[in-house]
Design a protein. Structure first.
Length: 246
């Protein structure tokens, strides 16, 4: 068991449990705790209500169509994080687009969290392990001890979505969110940073009082592998074990 906090942890009272390091959110190597920025610091152009000017990639469109056809969200609000384009799309339970915003993501590219990442001290999380994993996650709201909101995506992996943190000036996080390119949006230990207004006006109202789904699109794996892999075949027609298709 690590004796120092993982990459992101907070007091998640709405989850019905108390994390090992209450009241702390660690991003970019700093213990930030109650240091979420004031709403006025976020750029007004950093997010678009109702998805205006949203960048919807073919991959995001494909997953949105699949969710609609299969009702995979089960009537719950959901977010789609497009890592390739460093963009998040928010939808209500009926699949209506609520808004879109740029995001900051884990420094390293990849689709799978390293084993035990949520229990590692920061000193043991090298740049290559700072990954925002791909997948489908059941998410819920939590709070730190100062009452600041955080959306837990995967508690065991210490993965969350929260307002952009601007405490460390050298990270230039607001600048990164404001640029047209997605190439400079890799900076976090794995957590998803969003504009403050987007979090407060879109994410928080949509997920308050309910769970929801977060779909994080892959950047190396295929959509099929991550979201709808073929069912495993236990036995062949002859009764023998089927060979692996990996």
């Amino acid at each position: 068991m690590a004796s120092t906090p993982p990459k992101c942890a907070a007091h998640a009272t709405s989850r019905g449990f108390t994390p090992r390091w209450p009241g702390l959110c660690v991003v970019g190597g700093l213990a930030l705790g109650l240091a979420f920025p004031h709403p006025g610091q976020a750029s007004e152009r950093a997010w678009s209500p109702d998805g205006r000017d949203a960048v919807v990639s073919p991959a995001a469109s494909e997953i949105a169509a699949w969710i609609s056809e299969t009702a995979d969200n089960q009537g719950l609000p959901f977010l789609m994080v497009d890592k390739v384009n460093a963009r998040v799309l928010a939808y209500d339970g009926d699949g209506r687009l609520l808004g879109s915003a740029p995001v900051l993501l884990g420094l390293s590219r990849g689709d799978v969290s390293p084993p035990g990442i949520g229990d590692r001290p920061l000193s043991a999380i090298g740049p290559e392990d700072r990954i925002t994993p791909a997948g489908r996650f059941l998410a819920s709201m939590g709070e730190n001890l100062g009452g600041k909101g955080i959306l837990w995506i995967d508690y065991d992996a210490a993965l969350s979505l929260h307002p952009v943190v601007t405490t460390r000036a050298a990270d230039r996080r607001l600048e990164r969110l404001g640029t047209a390119t997605a190439q400079d949006n890799r900076i976090s230990y794995g957590c998803v940073n969003v504009p403050v207004k987007f979090y407060e006006e879109i994410v928080q109202p949509a997920f308050t009082g309910t769970t929801g789904i977060v779909y994080i699109l892959p950047e190396h794996r295929s959509l099929a592998e991550v979201f709808f892999p073929a069912p495993a075949v236990a036995e062949s027609a002859s009764g023998e074990d089927s060979p692996s298709t990996d």
